[in-house]
Design a protein around this ligand. Structure first.
Ligand SMILES: *Cc1c(COP(=O)(O)O)cnc(C)c1O
Length: 431
């Protein structure tokens, strides 16, 4: 698979049917699996043989779709989770426990920030947040002896900052820990973080991968390159016996290529049960078949809309990494030469009031708590996802009261631009 181009992997990766078998990945809608003897099933419980016994841990539909995502990212193993939140939780909790510490970019999805700064903090894991544009000294100073991972987003939602993956990977590796990258907005079509030194990749598959607003889901992918045994004292969960599996040592039994995902499945999925339903996994697999085509159109529309807004007299500012002059333009060219994503943030000169009025007038784009979908959608963070914050707090996290997050779908760019133009005119007239 690794020698094939990304377009071919999107369509065929992870599943090669045998003679007379279904051409499409079948939905195995079964909670359980039948065995001839208890002894055969016992081998599965001991992780001595691979196979299926209960869909709370693994399911064949999920595994085939996960294998496609692993192939797309160039990883050795992957698992599907019930949501992107579950994916990021699993990726971190698989190697960090109470008393440990993680360095994270501060420019990340709000849900992930809450997960880290509030919920996982209650579980005893400390996070230090650094700017994605921090100096080398600031990044270095964030590490502690008990640091177990570094985390960031390729393209941050909704700030649209871009992570310098190589620099963060180098810093992580100097301290003997892996870099985890949430690659949701870029997708492996536009950026493959493993090629730049990342060790673990996560996704909210709810976004571009599913692409049709049909199923909430997530994925965790392992590059298979991080040498857990070389840093054995930092990662006892992978390098010391697991008493819940009769003393098995993941890093020895499954090697660097398989240890991380096997442990996350055998322990975390077993205990938390945050598995994606086989039905949703099927829809995700279907979405992946056109990911390469959709990403092209999302990026084309994002570029056209960003350029239109940048030239509009009522627009105060536009943030889009594909726009020359954008703060992240050069970094985007390096990591994502084919394009970034379809999400554009902008502010109107009329401020918060005009932002709300314009959104009300939009006819092609609809107001939704969603992003990265085939249908264009938009959101006013100040009055929805961030509404508990006052204007000063909003400014501190880089989300002004005038900010509109506009997620270009795969419709015609001309229609999106005409819709925005009429909405701005109508909103001004009404004001
Ligand atoms: C949406 C999102 C998440 C959370 O994913 P869910 O599927 O909604 O749980 C995580 N990271 C990023 C970058 C996201 O956009």
């Amino acid at each position: 698979m690794s020698t094939q181009r990304i377009e071919t992997v999107c369509v065929q990766g992870g599943y090669t049917p045998g003679n007379g078998e279904p051409r499409q990945i079948p939905i195995i809608q079964s909670t359980t699996f039948r065995y001839e003897t208890s002894e055969a099933m016992g081998k599965l419980f001991n992780l001595e043989a691979s196979g299926y016994f209960y869909t709370r841990l693994t399911n064949p539909t999920n595994d085939r779709v996960a294998a496609r995502i692993a192939a797309l990212e160039g990883g050795t193993a992957a698992m599907l989770t019930s949501s992107g939140q579950a994916a990021n939780f699993f990726a971190v909790f698989n190697i960090a426990q109470a008393g440990d510490h993680v360095v994270s970019s501060a420019s990340i999805y709000g849900g992930t920030y809450n997960l880290f700064a509030v919920t996982m903090k209650k579980m005893g894991i400390d996070f230090t947040f650094v700017s994605p544009d921090c100096t080398d000294e600031e990044l270095e100073a964030a590490f502690r002896p008990n640091t177990k991972a570094v985390f960031g987003e390729t393209i941050a939602n909704p700030a649209l900052t871009i992570l310098d993956i190589e620099r963060f990977a180098d810093a992580a590796h100097r301290h003997g820990v892996p870099l985890i990258v949430d690659n949701t907005f870029a997708t492996p079509v536009n950026c493959r973080p493993f090629e730049w030194g990342a060790d673990i990749v996560t996704h909210s598959t709810t976004k571009y991968m599913d692409g049709h607003g049909a199923g909430v889901g997530g994925a965790v992918v392992d590059s298979g390159r991080f040498d857990w045994l070389a840093h054995a004292e930092k990662f006892p969960g992978l390098t010391e016996p697991d008493e819940s599996y009769h003393g098995l040592v993941y890093a020895k039994q499954f090697g660097n290529a398989g240890a991380f995902i096997t442990k996350a499945t055998a322990q975390l999925m077993r205990d938390f049960g945050s598995i994606q339903s086989p039905q949703n996994a099927f829809l995700l697999g279907l979405g992946l078949e056109s990911l390469h085509l959709r990403m092209k159109q999302h990026c084309k529309n994002g570029q056209a809309v960003a350029e239109f807004l940048a030239g509009h007299p009522d627009v105060a500012w536009v943030r889009y990494p594909g726009l020359p002059g954008d703060r992240y333009y050069e970094r985007a060219r390096k990591y994502m030469p084919e394009g970034t994503c379809g999400v554009v943030s902008f502010g109107l000169k009329g401020g918060r009031a005009l932002a709300e009025a314009v959104m009300k007038e939009l006819k092609v784009a609809s107001i939704e708590t969603h992003v990265a979908d085939a249908r264009t959608c938009c959101l006013h963070p100040a009055s929805t996802t961030h509404r508990q914050m006052n204007d000063a707090e909003l400014a501190a996290c880089g989300i002004g009261p005038e900010l509109v997050r506009y997620s270009c779908g795969i419709e015609s760019a001309e229609d999106l631009i005409a819709d925005l133009a009429q909405a701005i005119e109508a909103a001004k007239k009404a004001a």
